[in-house]
Write a protein that binds this ligand. Sequence first.
Ligand code: FNR
Length: 351
Amino acid sequence: MMLFSPLDLRSIRLKNRIAVSPMCQYSAQDGFANDWHLVHLGSRAVGGAGLIIAEATAVSPEGRISPQDLGLWQDEQIDMLKRISSFIHEQGSVAGIQIAHAGRKASTKRPWDGMGNALAQDGGWQPVAPSALPFSEKALMPFALELEGIERIKQAFVSAALRANEAGFKVLEIHGAHGYLLHEFLSPLSNQRQDSYEGSFDNRLRLLEEVSQAVRAVWPEALPLLVRISATDWVEGGWSLEDSLKLAPRLKALGVDLIDCSSGGTLPSAKIPFGPGYQTNFAAKIRQTGILSAAVGMITSAAQAEHILRTEQADLILLGRELLRNPYWPLQAAQELKQDSAWPLQYERAK
Ligand code: FNR
């Protein structure tokens, strides 16, 4: 079965095509990982996913979505992440991590504290963005970055990549989706600058390209680099699939190995046609430009995942919420597809 065939990305072999989609746990303190992250990510390695991508991990404190996001902006944050990546590797899975800057969507309260803006008393801050345009009427007004601030953020991505390597991760994903900073630069709806980072399509691509190039330069040659994009804003006049199809080969030329195809996040008014596999088409189209792609979004059954791979719509399947409901999904999917797969020795009596 395709779902259980290995995938080679540079020197890294994933034992199957199932990956844990990055998912914020809103459970860190000052950006530090803890036992929750070890057990959460570790369980999914025990459950048999070939690749585990740790949540959006902020490259700088103001790049967190909530004050409880993970971070890699200081060396002290490496140790616990190293323990987590080691555990994942001991289970025969590959540990990956997503590095991110939340841009204008930063400084919100975590979901179970009611979302909304995180104010100073909640540990919040003023977000930064390409332009002083808030995400919604209720969102905090962001501060428009000056060129110096943009340079600092680029450096922060580079430093976080170096720390991710020290922490033992083998796959790195740059978060260029969901209306966070790098996507904000891509979309004309959020980028209305008047300098070399705006004005034309090329200028809007500049920051994501510069970050990808700078990160690629320090991320080990033998290890794969992924970029998650929102293939469309789902808003008239916004970033579109056509734009993504032009972006993909340019990222490939910079040494990006795979594009993880998500969508949306720029404006709350976007009309997103949620439903089974609603973003798979983007992975299929982007794959046709000649780069590996990952499909994500309401993929929940083994047959559906197998179908996506067999029909050559994607090279890798990411699951988010289904793997929150059931960390053992990969082990059960193998049984459903009548595929032999290794179980953790400790669990073999239950196979
Ligand atoms: C997410 N998602 C997400 N995406 C991302 O790129 N970085 C992140 O840190 C997060 N955080 C996050 C937290 C939680 C609790 C959920 C449910 C989702 C989006 C996620 O990775 C995935 O793309 C979507 O959930 C769609 O896939 P599923 O859940 O339909 O399989």
